[in-house]
Design a protein around this ligand. Sequence first.
Ligand SMILES: [Zn+2]
Length: 364
Amino acid sequence: MAGRARYYDGKVAVAREVGVRPMSHELIITDAAGTAVVARWPAGELVVLGDTGHEKAPPVIRRGEEARLVIEDPELRRQLAQLMPPLAALGRPRPSAGPRIALFGATLAAALALFWLAVDVGSSAVAPYVPYGLQHRLGESVAEEMVDPQRTCHGVGLAVINRLADRLAKAADYMHPIEVRVVEGGPINAFTLPGGILIFYSDLIDRARDGDEVAGVLAHEMGHVTHYHAIKGLARQYGIDQLLKAITGGFSEIGTLSQGGSLLLALRNGRAFERDADATGIALLEKLGLRADGMARFFERMLENEPRDPATAIGIWSSHPPTAERIAATRRPATGTPAFSEVEWAQLRAICSDRPSSRPTQNR
Ligand SMILES: [Zn+2]
């Protein structure tokens, strides 16, 4: 008996279709044709991750590894649950939607279960499986902490950049919503928060020579999104227990988290994260047939002037200016379709122009 599933190798965000064959002592993952073995996972090392309560297809991992298997086929799930005790959770039906209160209880229980799992497999490996709603709440709190809502822009260009983000997410098989927000002014930066929230400063768009440079930066940030780098970074900095407390408990905890600039520290991406985000970003652009030469070009320009604003300790400046090695690794020929049409690029550049520069007077 064999069935189909999606397999993420933990290095590239793109899923591949695989065959899954359960044996009594191991799970054999093969290529789609069933001819070559991709991985063999011993039964005793299998873990069902995530929120089995209401996630449609909680991923299966081998303990201690980053690769994951997403099994959506209900018949295969039922068989796996029957044949392999560690996968029993896959066979449980999702509870029907109950009242809000019960849902919140379930979320807390899932968070608690995740905490214990985190102790077991290591917090940064488990961080992606913190239920998405909780990741988004955390990202939202951090955004409130870092971005002045009065400076956000709502021009037509906002839909333009979000449309490209959605295309990139789809190409990556990323299953959660993405939201790009643009903040007027500087620094020249962009960064990614948990829960698929991307922040771009309009100075970055102004400084870009063309739309493909902005697309390159966006693709790089999407690389961080699909690898869950933001939540992993926060989990590493604070420990998943404290994070869960911050998400599930009062938001005042976030204030404590951000004290002394450690929030900026936690959101700094290390070199390995940057390299992964570069490679994934380029792969996604190429998968869509878009020009992929903008990323390296923008990186090169960053070498010219590095801002000294403390807020540039994060985002595209995390381990920057980018090294010559990263620029060489991301350099691509100027082929493919431009990411934005001329009209879209003009709209994107004007994204903050219809923003009222001062609040209207209250009554006169
Ligand atoms: Zn980055």
